[in-house]
Design a protein around this ligand. Structure first.
Ligand code: SF4
Length: 698
């Protein structure tokens, strides 16, 4: 019969920023299997997460009813708590009761302490429409700009540098342009692990003759396809890039015509890099001067060259400086605005680009329009029929500080897990515990939800309609394939219910109505209607006409800056915030691994992915394991000034001596208990890629 017939529903992968298009095969309201579609970013390919990462949707621990904290239960992580049996700490509530409690608690705090007493974290896993609604609720219902999301922990510094130098925070060309390039720099990224389908196109490009230069402290799988690999000492990024710029300046390898026509400030750059020769920087960076010189020449002399980077660049207290250097390299050599050229920060989450575009950022309204600009505010005040706060809001880590300081007293957290993802977790968790009222909307009782007063059961990606925007600026449509389990509800509906209880007259009936409103406030969505996305599945922004595909490569003639020119932003090298010393002699770096996603709340509940990577591991070089007198597979303790974790030591031939890498998805050995909360002053991003630690056999 038709109820049990197999159905097919087209959507997009919910994991990384590559944005692979996929097709669910559904039977009896369950996903039988998933296959790749011929999307512009994947051409039928999927990685292991896109293929096997969906059983979290029907996991027994999935939230199916609203929960309210039981009286007297302490706000703390209880090791005995079982997310599949949350009624030990919470009681079930009707939607009416839970929503009233959630909104009343927030509004009482607003009344007592003003709009600055409240804050909201949205999520890069939300659709564009959910992100839009969430930031609108915080700005117009709570009355402040204290709204942020995990872009702050990801590419905030890259965006700060791009906005400053070229006037736009998005990529200037898609990763498919690597197939057109002669030379590609991959730095601070590990695409075979973190952007696996993009990596397949990079490998294809290498096979066709594109020369890859990998610049990273760690060795990686892409190294086998590279022309050059420069492995530098962690934290010396700016010194290395300045040495490359020095070669380009001193040997006059720069593109003088491009610089004259399209840029400002090149003389400042020349002055800044003077004396920072490869020979002067080589021992500090741990790379031979000849290698630095050869890499600089190869990049500068290429006809078409691109630079891709990831969080190895951005997650430093000098993350913005790192990105400024990469932008200088591209501008000096005229490597933007043409096919096969460009700057591309590889985005992490599936919708970190879209959620940022839609305004989940405290200092800017949607499309990066500053909250401090009276004209911008006036336009949104007219669109939303309300008054907006002119003060930029606080960022993720600053909000945690403001809770400790007694300023922020209530929060609404949608799909984020700061009790696992923030740096210096003891401090962050103590902040969550201190909140007088916390509302969490999620799929599971996450570590963060364990601190909540009210938990609202949300919808998973295969259970909703919505748009997302990938790393290539491709706006794509996800479609509902499954019914919602139990009493869980669509996220847009839940946000609207809270908004109505905060006194806002919202009456959206479907995400497409939200998208239509977004088009009024976001020039980036011109000519990209919901109907068009239903028809075409994907449109790249900016898009010049209703029937144009959108611009893969941007800024051929001018940049979106006041003068129309890009600017060089020269920087000087700074040490990491917490250099290694004799007490803490090893560098700790954190990140992801192929099989697991961020804090693990989804992938560790996916059978195949969990089977592939079932336990917390730390990656070390063979030399480091030997130095510790250990064997691979034995347990290792890692200690920093902030905490200690114990987990399994694994040999990784790509690791340098003196460094350890730990994925941040394992709650049982949560590496963010160890990380340093020191922030980059521009992007306000913590230094996840460098903390001083000590290793010892457990
Ligand atoms: Fe999903 Fe990224 Fe894998 Fe594509 S590469 S299937 S978007 S996780």
């Amino acid at each position: 019969d038709s109820a049990s017939a197999e159905q097919q529903v087209d959507s997009v992968c919910p994991y990384c920023g590559v944005g692979c298009q996929l097709r669910y095969h559904i039977k009896d309201d369950a996903i039988l299997f998933v296959e790749g579609r011929d999307g512009p970013a994947n051409q039928g390919r999927l990685c292991v997460k896109g293929r096997f990462g969906f059983d979290y949707v029907r996991h027994p621990a999935r939230l199916t009813r609203p929960l309210v904290r039981r009286a007297g239960v302490a706000k703390a992580l209880d090791p005995a708590f079982d997310p599949a049996n949350p009624l030990t700490h919470f009681r079930e509530a009707s939607w009416e009761e839970a929503l009233d409690l959630a909104a009343d608690g927030l509004m009482q705090l607003k009344q007592a302490h003003g709009p600055n007493g409240l804050a909201g974290f949205g999520s890069a896993k939300c659709s564009n429409e959910e992100a839009w609604l969430f930031q609108k609720l915080v700005r117009t219902g709570f009355g402040s700009n204290h709204v942020d999301h995990c872009t702050r922990l990801c590419h905030a510094s890259s965006v700060a540098a791009l906005m400053e130098c070229i006037g736009s925070g998005a990529v200037t060309a898609s990763f498919m342009q690597a197939l057109e390039a002669d030379v590609v720099i991959l730095t601070g990224c590990n695409p075979a692990v973190n952007h696996p389908v993009a990596a397949t196109f990079f490998k294809q490009a290498a096979k066709q003759g594109t020369r890859f230069i990998i610049i990273d402290p760690r060795g990686q799988a892409m190294g086998a396809y590279a022309h050059r690999v420069l492995r530098f000492h962690p934290g010396t990024d700016v010194s290395l890039f300045n040495a490359m710029l020095n070669v380009i300046v001193e040997e006059q390898l720069y593109d003088a015509d491009y610089i004259a026509a399209h840029t400002e400030g090149f003389e400042r750059l020349k002055t800044q890099v003077r004396g920072q020769t490869p020979e002067a920087m080589a021992s500090h960076c741990g790379v031979d001067a000849d290698e630095i010189r050869a890499a600089a020449r190869e990049f500068a002399l290429a006809d078409k060259a691109m630079i891709f980077w990831g969080m190895g660049i951005s997650q430093h207290t000098h993350g913005t400086d790192n990105a400024r250097c990469l932008i200088s390299l591209a501008l000096a050599c005229g490597q933007t605005g043409r096919l096969g050229t460009g700057l591309h920060p590889l985005r992490g989450q599936n919708n970190v680009q879209g959620a940022s575009d839609a305004g989940l950022i405290p200092m800017v309204l949607p499309d990066y329009q500053p909250v401090t600009d009276a004209q911008v505010r006036a336009a949104f005040e007219e669109l939303w029929s309300t008054k907006l706060d002119a003060e930029p809001g606080l960022t993720v880590v600053e909000i945690m500080e403001a809770i400790h300081a007694g300023q922020i007293r209530g929060m609404y957290i949608l799909g984020e897990n700061p009790a696992m993802s923030d740096p210096d977790l003891e401090h962050a968790r103590a902040a969550l515990a201190k909140l007088e009222h916390l509302v969490v909307q999620d799929l599971f009782v996450t570590e963060t939800a364990q601190y909540a007063d009210v938990i609202l059961p949300a919808s998973s990606w295969p259970e909703k309609d919505g748009t997302v925007t990938n790393t290539n600026r491709q706006v794509q449509l996800g479609r509902q394939a499954l019914s919602l389990p139990g009493e869980s509800r669509p996220d847009w509906w839940i946000i609207q219910q809270i908004a109505q209880r905060c006194g806002l007259p919202w009456d959206y009936q479907h995400p497409r109505e939200v998208f239509a409103e977004m088009q009024q406030g976001m020039p980036s969505l011109n000519h990209i209607s919901w109907e068009r996305l239903e028809r075409e599945g994907s449109v790249t922004y900016p898009c010049p006409a209703d029937d144009a595909p959108g611009e893969d490569v941007v800024f051929s003639d001018t940049f979106p800056t006041a003068s129309g020119k890009a600017s060089f932003s020269p920087v000087r090298p700074l040490p990491p915030d917490e250099p290694v010393d004799r007490h803490y002699p090893t560098v700790l770096s954190t990140g992801r691994q192929l099989e697991h996603w961020h804090t693990g709340s989804m992938t560790r509940r996916a059978l195949v992915l969990d089977a592939l990577e079932p336990e917390a591991v730390a990656m070390l070089s063979p030399g480091e394991i030997r130095r510790l007198g250990m064997q691979a597979g034995e347990r290792l303790t890692i200690t920093t000034r902030r905490g200690e974790i114990t987990l399994v030591a694994r040999v990784d031939e790509g690791m340098p001596n003196g460094m350890v890498f730990v994925p941040f998805c394992y709650a049982e050995a949560a590496v963010n208990l160890l990380t340093n909360p020191a922030l980059d002053p521009y992007g306000k991003i913590p230094e996840f890629k460098y903390a001083a630690c000590r290793l010892s056999p457990a």
